[in-house]
Design a protein around this ligand. Sequence first.
Ligand SMILES: Cc1ncc(COP(=O)(O)O)c(C=O)c1O
Length: 392
Amino acid sequence: MDNKELFLKHQGQTTPYPLCMEVSKASGLYITDTSGKKYLDLVAGVSACAIGHCHPRIVKAVQEQAASYMHVMVYGEFIQSPQLQLAKKLASVLPDSLNSSYFVNSGTEAIEGAMKLAKRSTGRSEMISCELSYHGSTQGTLSIMGTEQYKQKYRPLLPDCNRIVYNDISSLRLITSKTAAVIIEPVQGASGFRTPENNYLQEVRKRCTEVGALLIFDEIQTCYGRTGRLFGFQTYDVVPDILCIAKGMGGGMPIGAFICSTALMSKLKDNPKLGHITTFGGHPISCIAALETLNELCETSLVEDVKSKEQLFREVLKHPKIKEIRGIGLMLAIELECAEETIKLVERGMEKGIITFFFLFTDTAVRISPPLTITEDEIRTAGKIICELLDN
Ligand SMILES: Cc1ncc(COP(=O)(O)O)c(C=O)c1O
């Protein structure tokens, strides 16, 4: 059997037609397959590799940490420098009301932790999320997923989960004094990078404050620079009560965090204690990678440059078959005429050496979310290849 057959036989599969590129190595903007073919990566592991693949600063930090210590104790008992430095650095770039970070293993777990914290601190149970939102795939996060398609086979899920329509201010009346938390992606990911309109996030903030519900921002895709500011909430000038981050944060390593004030976080501490438990959450290697990624973003103009890179993408992606380019910064959705066009673009793109990808809840758009380190030349090359593919 060749590796593709072994992969399909022995690795759990969740889609009928995986892309099956066999990875040999990855560096900067490029992934090389085992035949030596190089691909320009416009997806970054789905918004996850913020500063490119195997950034030398991350590789060095990871190697040094691995040689020093790896897992030593479950989360929250020992003082481990990578965790501590990361928590301190995050507190220095966030407002005072977001000065306490709980590190977990993934975005999903960050949302789970935030939902539990909202229940503990409000004594309420209702969770409100948006239609077409994606917050993860465990049973808690499936309960707040904004579409039935991927959850109906797993019912019963959590009770008291209700939905509002993203960008519809009139539906905010559904947020009441029974609501523990409203969970929102500042920019919706899976629905094809939909951005907030008409001060929507400000209105949600206002309503949550009025009724005493917590506002949780799912910044698992928008964090670490993708919208042109370090965090999406800064782009839209609305501060949540709990901030959830992951993906781009790890510089290629798995990590997530839910972040709030020390006072709010303390609700997990006793009566009963151990409000959230994780063995590997805040793994020292992941934390050092997240710290160095954040340092790199703070010490360079990568975040500042996102806006001009977005502009250039919009200029080079002018084509009659592109109906719309949605999104902000380096999270852009190319809206095409039909699903067949998106499949063709992604598949032919692979043949031509560019990686683009699909969205979970819309089949007419193609994802562009490259590492923030993409250069102007690489954007021009990508635009040229995409337009040529659409010509044909
Ligand atoms: C907005 C959003 N929330 C949550 C998640 C879940 O994160 P993870 O896959 O790291 O568990 C994702 C992943 O795609 C996401 O895009």
